[in-house]
Design a protein around this ligand. Structure first.
Ligand code: AMP
Length: 205
């Protein structure tokens, strides 16, 4: 028998187009914790033309990273909300080593710790192909050819190194992101279960 985990604090990390947004929502729902996507928060603010949206619009549209202070403050505010007390799944944060330090400081101040970091791997060509398809399907303004290249370059330079840090802490679950949505989901749940991280109710088939 596997006991239900006391907390479910997860990160999902992978290049744009790896399917991390979709998989993140599935995992978060199964564990009953909020999925927090910094990209979604920025996009919603841009669409709503809020102060934050105005501040970040040109940065997001160029595929560059929003400054750490702004991003980390936004994540802290979100994680302080009551629904994130039992856990959370962060999608797209931390994105560089500075944000790893910010998240560490926040969690330490609350005597909390991450339970797992889900790394979704897909080859570069596959990421690009998926992003091109999404550009057509969803018309995202940061899915243009030039911006896609910039975002993947930033991922490789700034974001990939955070996995080294979490790997040293023994937190990384390496998941092959190729295959159908259901196949990838099954791999994630199997890898979490190996760590004793099992949702209270099995995810719906
Ligand atoms: P995503 O949907 O995760 O690909 O994020 C879309 C865009 O939002 C990124 O290209 C960045 O401009 C911005 N963004 C999202 N998360 C972060 C983060 N953790 N740090 C800085 N910028 C971010």
């Amino acid at each position: 028998m596997t006991a239900q985990p006391e907390s479910a604090r997860f990160l999902i990390v992978g290049p744009q187009g790896s399917g991390k947004g979709t998989q993140g929502v599935v995992v978060a729902q199964a564990f009953g914790v909020p999925a927090v996507s910094t990209g979604d928060v920025f996009r919603a603010n841009i669409a709503g033309d809020t102060e934050l949206g105005k501040q970040v619009k040109s940065i997001v549209e160029a595929g560059d990273l929003v400054p750490d202070e702004l991003t980390s403050a936004l994540v802290r505010d979100r994680l302080e909300q009551a629904d994130a007390a039992p856990g959370f799944l962060l999608d797209g944060y931390p994105r560089n080593l500075g944000q790893v330090a910010d998240l560490d400081a926040f969690l330490v101040s609350r005597s909390e710790a991450l339970d797992a970091v889900i790394e979704l791997s897909v080859p570069r060509e596959e990421s690009i192909a998926r992003l091109r398809k999404r550009a057509v399907d969803q018309g995202r303004s940061d899915d243009t050819e030039e911006v896609i290249e910039n975002r993947l370059a930033i991922y490789e330079k700034e974001t990939a190194p955070i996995l080294g840090v979490y790997r040293e802490r023994g937190l990384v679950l390496e998941i092959d992101g190729l295959g159908t949505l259901d196949e990838v989901t099954a791999r994630i749940f199997a890898a979490l279960a190996e760590r004793g991280l099992v949702p209270a109710a099995a995810p719906a088939e």
